[in-house]
Ligand binder design. Sequence first.
Ligand SMILES: [Fe+2]
Ligand SMILES: [Fe+2]
Length: 180
Amino acid sequence: MSNKRISDKMEALLNTQMTREAYQAQVYLSYGSWAEVHNFDGIATFLYGHMQEEREHMFKILKYINDRGGSAKIEAIEAAPVHPKSVGECLQNILQHEIENSAEIDKIVNLALEEKDWATFSFGQWFVKEQIEEETLIGDVIAKYSLAASQNAEHKNLYEVDKDLKTNPQSATIPREEKV
Ligand SMILES: [Fe+2]
Ligand SMILES: [Fe+2]
């Protein structure tokens, strides 16, 4: 008798999401590098920090698949998008990536509900909450950036936003569940 407690369909969907989280990490890594090259050190620190979060998400899903008796498959990761043209575009793009990712997470929760797979439903809820936090966090950063960019043409305030992001306690603002 198999010890597998997730359906093949769920296993495949979770696996796709695991790879998607790895892609999200590549996006943050790529944009972080772009910011660093353009001397936005605070923004780079913020993006690099978030890259680690996405890797944690990837690993969390891998562990879950394996813990439920499935077998995670490490697949090819899509290349990160081309570099943004400005900080504003960079921030808008990452918000868009997060919104799209939230829709992917919803697919897991929807299937869990359909299959009455309450373990995965509960697991998926962690990600639903995480996405709310992330969308809010990035939305706040965009609001700060917009304020700074609109106030003067010399980008004096952009410098302040960049400094601010260097010390942004992003992990502290995102509630974490205990590791299983
Ligand atoms: Fe994520
Ligand atoms: Fe994210």
